[in-house]
Design a protein around this ligand. Structure first.
Ligand SMILES: [Zn+2]
Length: 300
């Protein structure tokens, strides 16, 4: 084989891989999504994931499809002796997929979910203003520090089920960090629904209320404005609806606000309507409308 032929062959191979890999991945995902979720998984999410209890039926079906793919595609790894159960997989997958119900993203770069039985220690290095680097040991309930994996404490994941409506949910928090870091921008229109569901009025995915087309930069500016308001309130020593930890930085603000958006949406909308509508735009979802009776939605 001459060098030219070899180069052409390699180029054709690379091109075929570039075109073929996404096609193959999409095909594989569609097959996973078509698999029904076991009854035990549905039972686990009803018990452990308060935010899905009032999900309209069309969205509930989509959530279960996304979960089936998430569970099949990601490695769940038990740490510190933890044996990962189907309940753990289903509960964590439900929280992850809740965030992408109205979005196109599916955590493509995420390979594994590390699950610890309880809060875990991490050691990292911090540099002070003088440039002195010191080792720091912290105890965490979750961390999304690299694109290929997320770490969660199972005890803390269950905390949201034990205390629904309090706005604390470590899994939603970490997956929100992940989406934030993934930089997918505002939600693209959700994929078309199967024909039999097109007529369903129970699917409340909708465009921003005022119908404006906005850039991601405009959206980020508005979110930064909400963050500044929180900083001012914290500086004045006022009570804040959002956990004051949200004042840490804009990333934490987004993650904490996401917890409230799904855990106590009606309260968030009442306390911070602008922030609620920004998150509604990002997630292309309106969780406040899922609350029983509010706009006549069926409840699960
Ligand atoms: Zn955080």
């Amino acid at each position: 084989m001459t060098p030219v032929v070899a180069i052409v062959a390699v180029a054709i191979g690379v091109l075929a891989w570039l075109i073929g890999a996404p096609w193959w991945r999409a095909r594989r995902r569609a097959a996973f999504m078509a698999q029904p979720l076991p009854a035990t998984a549905a039972f686990a999410i009803d018990r452990n994931v308060p935010a899905v209890r009032n999900l309209p039926s069309g969205l509930r079906e989509r959530l279960e499809s996304l979960m089936a793919a998430f569970i099949a595609e990601k490695d769940f790894i038990g740490c510190n002796g933890l044996v990962v159960t189907d309940e753990m997989r289903a509960t964590i997958a439900a929280m992850a997929c809740l965030l992408v119900l109205g979005r196109r993203g599916h955590y493509d770069q995420l390979h594994s979910v590390l699950v610890y039985p309880t809060a875990f220690w991490v050691e990292d290095e911090v540099e002070d203003e003088a440039g002195v680097v010191t080792k720091r040991r912290r105890v965490l309930s979750g961390e999304a520090w690299e694109s290929s994996r997320i770490i969660l404490s199972w005890e803390d994941v269950l905390e949201a089920a034990r205390h629904p409506g309090e706005g604390y949910n470590v899994a939603l928090h970490e997956f929100a960090h992940y989406l934030d870091a993934e930089g997918l921008g505002l939600a693209a229109p959700p994929p078309p629904l199967p024909p039999e569901r097109k007529q369903s009025r129970e699917v409340p995915v909708r465009a921003p209320a005022d119908g404006r087309v906005r850039s991601v930069a405009d959206w980020a500016d508005d979110l930064a404005g909400e963050f500044e308001s929180l900083l001012d309130a914290v500086d004045r020593g006022e009570y804040t609806f959002l956990d004051p930890y949200a004042a840490e930085d804009e990333g934490e603000f987004f993650a904490v606000a996401t917890e409230d958006f799904f855990e106590r949406p009606a309260e968030l909308r009442a306390a911070h309507p602008r922030l609620y509508s920004l998150l509604q735009e990002f997630y292309a979802l309106d969780p406040a409308s899922w609350v029983a009776g509010e706009i006549g939605m069926a409840t699960a």
